[in-house]
Design a protein around this ligand. Structure first.
Ligand code: GA4
Length: 338
């Protein structure tokens, strides 16, 4: 099991820094090792990077392939047909506009509520074969939710939380507010000056597909095709590209988990850039609690620190704050005690 990320030396570009060449996130192999070894590795990754990669995750290839196929079929439709899914307000089809406060990006997407009834209703406006679409989505959600639960239980174990299913119960609750997001980043020509005449020529000026942000929820499980684009922000704003791996899930801590661990786990900012010649497709499961869940730091996270960093809030309060702000705002700061 790899514990540390492999990095190359940073190269400054304009006001930001970016790392040339992709990095390897800490890798958690669910088929190997002692449970305690896995849980410690996950805890260390969440504390240091807020991100890790899971391999041999147990989500069957066929389930992923079916979901990807349906996703491709949807995005291949003419725009007028995709719009029949309704605007992403908050669930439906969105193109270039993100959220409700003026954020934009080179992306089109489908946001889906994960409740079975909602999926079967929505499928009628999304697909020409609604039952096929609905069964692909339900199968995928069930499998990734199970994986999310396994990872959350390992986190609780590694953190020494006695009730080891405390996190996972929040997302298996019938009122869980989890979301599935399907993204398509169409190929975008690189914006660059002429290589021979411009001294500021560089090859890293890919367009922003989904701008920098942290995820508000508990945990995100992302599966992408073999086209890169995901970058994570570490060490004071240096961007690290993450190598694409369609066989793995890229997992990251959300704001709620940062608050529950009293800042021990990091909800790290990330973004997605477009590729100059290939389509990037990704599917993100955002595991969230029910709206009325009260979020506070766990007692075990207070020892040593003495007090909680954040005021208690409900997931509903937090979500409302998130949707009233811009994508890149650091919304958890609003709930930080003075
Ligand atoms: C970021 C994580 C998820 O993609 C998402 C996004 C949501 C949206 O696209 O509608 C938000 C964004 C995300 C955070 C702040 C608000 C809400 C856009 C935005 C400006 C679905 C989510 O839950 O929060």
């Amino acid at each position: 099991m790899a514990v540390d990320m492999v990095v190359a030396s940073p190269t400054p570009i304009g006001s930001e820094k970016i790392i040339e060449g992709a990095i390897e996130l800490p890798v958690v192999d669910l088929s190997l090792g002692e449970r305690s070894e896995m849980s410690n590795l996950i805890v260390r990754a969440c504390e240091k990077y807020g991100f890790f990669k899971v391999i041999n995750h147990g989500v069957c290839e066929e389930i992923i392939a079916k979901m990807e196929e349906e996703s491709l079929r949807f995005f291949a439709k003419p725009i007028t047909e995709k719009q029949l899914a309704g605007p992403a307000n908050p669930f439906g089809y969105g193109c270039k506009n993100i959220g409700f406060n003026g954020d934009t990006g080179e992306v089109e997407y489908l946001l889906l509520n994960t409740h079975p009834l909602s999926i079967s209703q929505r499928s009628k406006t999304i697909s020409n074969d609604p039952s096929k679409f609905s069964s692909a989505v339900s199968g995928y959600i069930e499998a990734v939710r199970e994986l999310a639960c396994e990872l959350l239980d390992l986190m609780a174990e590694g953190l020494g939380v006695p009730d080891t299913s405390l996190f996972s119960r929040l997302i298996t609750d019938a009122d869980s507010d989890s979301i599935l997001r399907l993204n398509h980043y169409p190929p975008m020509p690189i914006l660059c000056k002429d290589k021979d005449t411009s001294p500021s020529y560089n090859t890293n000026t890919n367009r922003v597909g989904f701008g920098e942000h942290s995820d508000p929820q508990i945990l995100t499980l992302l599966r992408s095709n073999d086209v890169g684009g995901l970058q994570i922000s570490l060490n004071n704003g240096v961007w690290f590209p993450v190598s694409p791996d369609p066989t793995a899930f890229c997992v990251n801590v959300g704001d709620v988990l940062q608050a529950m661990t009293n800042g021990r786990f990091l909800s790290v900012r990330h973004r997605a850039l477009t590729n100059s010649c290939e389509s990037r497709m990704s599917m993100a499961f955002f595991a969230a609690p029910p709206l009325n869940t009260r979020i506070t730091a766990l007692p075990q996270m207070l020892s040593g620190v003495g007090t909680s960093l954040y005021r208690p809030f409900t997931w509903g309060d937090y979500k409302k704050a998130a949707y009233s702000l811009r994508l890149g705002d650091t919304r958890l700061d609003l709930f930080r005690k003075q």
